[in-house]
Design a protein around this ligand. Structure first.
Ligand code: VG1
Ligand code: CO
Length: 564
């Protein structure tokens, strides 16, 4: 029986501008505002696919959070009505962000839609998100997301096949007749696709021997925390099934709609469980992932914390021991602007191109597509390579394990040896979550005024007996080296003559209010200083940042909500 397409009249909303990584709002917003989800999906299909919409194919998946099933069903009904020919959907709608990128590339679809608010809490009172990825497997670039935003502002109707029913739990393809046209929904096992790919990239045997112990080497006791996000099934299949880890090496592997009531955010605050477990001294390696599996936190023995900026630099320094890079060769490296510059020092020594891009993974895609970029990362616990076009939490863990197997060093040895060779880039980020928007905007305006005044250059700031002279001050503006597109206002930077930096940005992933991010970096070549605590070393710069910005006075916040 043919299914009918209905056209439903709707009114635009003015707040559907995609942020750093898709549209993120409270679940209640999607649920309670009439056609809010439908509008955004229609705008995504119209502007995201453009004149390719008829007959195109998309991958659809999500991190399993509350409202994901409803949204998936809506997407299916609307894609059918909009003339797409096929959807590849994860079993039960569960697909990690990196696996979705992998599937778009493997099946050469026209892109995909990811249903996640990543590290934001889930559940009826939590957040939900919708993100469009393009045919290269990566988050849509700004030109596309701006187009989607424009479409949301002028939308007057959406198309839907209301009577189309699907069963997300049944693998295989089903064909539907949409007013005489064929539409196919295929439920796929993305865990399998992703696992196959990881086997091509890494030497699983050597990682297996590392975990299980071999040739006189004792086993490496690992602990991976999936934080009740989407990663559980991937960890079970790959790390336990293929690499021989035991059940006790993994925790929180059952995806939950509300992530057990926690922030599925792998950092020292929200993954404190993992930190406390590792402090007991029983494990040599620990890692946690975020809700959608694109972030990772790496810990060594006794919960030795690896900053994401250091993780990136150590990977850059050792990439050649991973089979994938033996085949492709190592091209350039990149980091987001606020990420500490440890990797830049590796690039210099190895003679590789180094790129600094704005915050958000969408800025790495063009460089990868152009064959200029192999490895990149963000200070926000994102690490990845050109094997896909998203950051990839489990890839980062496997890369670390491969390097540990190859070098026969511990996590701590690898990091401290790295500092000895290159010096240490101390880094910290202070998050002031959910501030009022007014004062946060005033603070950014004041900072913008400050950096545009010529007197800032050579100005000296002192605190706690340390003095710093301003060498450069600006609001980071990026010109994409490939398509020459320009992205302005990506963060206020104050860079001092000794390369230390203070950076201010407002988050683009929050669902309400304003989250201020303050990033601090200082470099130390002297080995005697390397064991010091980052909070101690960076204290003078933190105090200078607070003084310059008047953050406490303006927002009323004395302390950050999260320190990483
Ligand atoms: C944050 C991070 C950024 C990351 C983004 C998406 O953005 O700072 O580095 O790319 O989240 O990550 P913002 O605008 O809040 O600072 V995820 O894991 O949410 O897809
Ligand atoms: Co994420």
């Amino acid at each position: 029986m043919a299914l009918a397409v209905e056209k439903i009249a709707t009114k635009p909303y003015d707040d559907q501008k995609p942020g750093t990584s898709g549209l993120r709002k409270g679940v209640k917003v999607y649920q309670s505002k009439e056609n809010y989800t439908e509008n955004f999906i229609q705008a995504t299909l119209t502007a995201g696919l453009g004149d390719k919409i008829q007959g195109s194919c998309l991958v659809v998946g999500g991190d399993g959070r509350y409202y994901g099933k409803e949204a998936t069903e809506l997407i299916v009904k609307m894609c059918a009505a909009n003339g797409l020919s096929k959807l590849l959907i994860a079993e039960n709608g569960l697909m990690s962000t990196p696996a979705l990128s992998c599937c778009i590339r493997k099946y050469q679809t026209n892109g995909g839609i990811i249903l996640t608010a990543s590290h934001n809490p889930g559940g009826p009172d939590g957040d939900f998100g919708i993100k469009f990825n393009t045919a290269n497997g990566g988050p849509a670039p700004e030109a596309v997301t701006n187009g989607i935003f424009e479409a949301t502002k002028s939308i007057s109707e959406y198309k839907i096949c209301r009577n189309l029913q699907i069963d997300l739990s049944k693998k295989g393809a089903t064909n539907y007749n949409i007013e005489g046209r064929q539409f196919t929904v295929e439920i796929i096992d993305s865990v399998d696709d992703y696992c196959q790919y990881m086997k091509e990239i890494f030497d699983f045997n050597s990682i297996k021997n590392l975990i299980g112990g071999s040739n006189g080497q004792p086993p490496l006791n690992i602990l991976l925390n999936s934080m009740h996000g989407v990663m559980g099934p991937y960890v079970k299949k790959i790390v336990c099934g293929e690499l021989g880890a035991r059940e006790s090496n993994t925790v929180n592997c059952v995806p939950l709609e509300d992530f057990g009531g926690h922030h599925p955010d792998p950092n020292l605050t929200y993954a404190a469980d993992l930190v406390n477990e590792l402090k007991k001294g029983q494990h040599g390696f620990g890692a946690a992932f975020d809700g959608d599996g694109d972030r990772n936190m790496i810990l060594g023995e006794n919960a030795f914390f690896v900053t994401p900026s250091d993780s990136l630099a150590v990977l850059a320094n050792n990439l050649e021991c991973i089979p994938y890079f033996q085949n492709t060769g190592v091209k350039g490296y990149a980091r987001s602007m606020p990420t500490a510059g440890a990797v830049d020092r590796v690039a210099k020594v190895k003679g590789k191109e180094m790129f600094e891009v704005p915050t958000g993974w969408k800025f790495f895609g063009n460089l990868m597509d152009a064959g200029r970029l192999s490895l990149c990362g963000e200070e926000s616990f994102g690490t990845g390579s050109d094997h896909i076009r998203e950051k990839d939490g489990l890839w980062a863990v496997l890369a670390w394990l491969q390097i540990l197997a190859h070098t026969k060093k511990s996590v701590k040895e690898l990091i401290t040896d790295h500092w000895t060779q290159y010096g240490r880039n101390f880094f910290t980020r202070y998050d002031y979550e959910n501030c009022e928007s007014g004062p946060a905007n005033t603070m950014m305006e004041n900072l913008n005024n400050l950096i545009s005044s010529p007197t800032i250059i050579n100005k000296e700031y002192s605190h706690d007996g340390k003095s710093y002279t301003v060498a450069q001050a600006d609001n980071f503006c990026y010109t994409d080296p490939i398509d020459k597109s320009v992205s302005k206002n990506q963060g206020v930077r104050i860079i001092f003559t000794d390369d230390s930096r203070i950076i201010f940005r407002l988050s683009g992933t929050g669902s309400s209010g304003a989250t201020i991010r303050l990033y601090i970096e200082g470099y130390e070549a002297d080995i005697a200083q390397h064991q010091l605590d980052a909070q101690v070393v960076l204290k003078p710069l933190i105090n200078i940042a607070l003084q310059i910005s008047q953050l406490r006075e303006l927002t009323g916040r004395q302390e950050p909500t999260v320190i990483t």
